[in-house]
Design a protein around this ligand. Structure first.
Ligand code: ADP
Ligand code: MG
Length: 319
């Protein structure tokens, strides 16, 4: 053996523990300026039906719930808006109902809008509420019908009860967040006659973020962000202005389910929402990484590039 006696195991453990502890401490310290910056700020988070339908949905859901609760406990005001397309399709299949599409949009007859309402308000919404409330008494599940939150009108009579948002009446949301609850919103809206409509959850998330003047609008989806080439995973767009996104849409680079997300992001940042983000909901704790660390993640959308380019804490935030 060498002149140095082998390090006793106890010391090695102590050193490893010390390193782990200081790493944990540095992670918390890194979060401090972000916690200060975002205290009291409202963040609208859209949780995609695809994220929920993933193979490890329970784990993903539990991690998502932890992030939302942590945001709330450090003083942010999170609002959750959710979709449920895959779950609606699954129940339709179980009921033996053939989905019909027109230009890629689901034709929603009276029976289909009933199914959508059952799935969103009866299945997906309580799953999210329950996952969040594992950690305390935070989440309240509502739909856009409650207190007239989402007023809607038919997009095109050929599509049946597919709705467009005509008005957001955010009083209920203000009441809930002022009382420190976390609203969890199923995207069913109603018209002035009480008819229900199924509305794209991306569109609703953007409209709510604008109506309440949210600091951030965050989309959790099943891809790492916007790609310049949808088939090329290395083509992630890290930052884009609303004008740049308009060009990408015009060039046909944004397709399918990304279209309503991007349209809502550009509209939101032009109407008072400070930042919009498209993130990969499959990454564990992606919300925490985005909000509380220096790591830029996913795609960030802003109105103009002459603003501070990184979503950094305000200068002097700790002074
Ligand atoms: P969600 O359930 O989150 O709303 P969607 O399937 O509706 O998910 O939308 C996300 C999908 O949009 C991606 O999985 C991807 O296939 C598609 N997409 C289309 N164009 C792009 C693009 N330019 N960059 C990234 N994804 C894109
Ligand atoms: Mg979608």
């Amino acid at each position: 053996m060498t002149r140095n006696a082998p390090t006793p195991d106890a010391n090695a453990d102590t050193n490893a523990d010390g390193a782990a502890a200081s790493l944990k401490a540095s992670v918390l310290v890194e979060a401090l300026p972000y916690i200060r910056r975002f205290a009291g700020k409202t963040v609208v988070v859209k949780y995609g039906g695809n994220a929920l339908a993933g193979t490890s949905d329970h784990d993903a859901l539990a991690l998502f719930a932890e992030d939302i609760v942590l945001m709330r406990l450090v003083g942010m005001r999170p609002i959750v808006v959710h979709g449920g397309g895959p779950q609606i399709s699954a129940l339709m299949a179980r009921l033996g109902k053939e989905p019909e599409f027109l230009d890629g949009l689901r034709i929603t007859d009276a029976e289909t809008v009933d199914i959508a309402r059952m799935v969103l308000k009866g299945q997906v919404n309580p799953q999210l509420v329950a996952a969040i409330n594992v950690h305390g008494r935070f989440a309240v599940g509502i739909s856009g019908v409650d207190a007239g939150l989402i007023r809607a009108t038919a997009r095109d009579e050929k599509l049946g009860f597919v709705g467009d948002v005509t008005q957001i009446n955010p009083e209920l949301i203000h009441g809930l967040i002022d009382d420190e609850f976390i609203p969890v919103i199923a995207t069913i809206g109603s018209d002035e006659t009480g008819q229900a409509y199924n509305i794209n959850a991306d569109t609703v998330a953007g409209a709510i973020a604008e109506a309440i003047g949210a600091e951030k609008l965050v989309y959790l989806t099943d891809i790492e962000g916007l790609r310049r080439d949808v088939a090329d995973a290395t083509s992630l767009i890290r930052q884009a202005t609303a004008d740049e996104l308009d060009e990408l849409v015009a060039e046909g680079i944004i397709a399918g389910g990304m279209i309503p997300k991007v349209a809502s992001c550009t509209h939101a940042v032009r109407n008072g929402v400070h930042r919009a983000h498209i993130l990969d909901g499959r990454i564990a704790h992606v919300l925490l990484l985005e909000v509380f660390t220096d790591a830029g993640i996913g795609t960030m959308v802003m109105q103009h590039r002459d603003e501070p380019t990184l979503d950094q804490p305000l200068e002097g935030a700790l002074s």
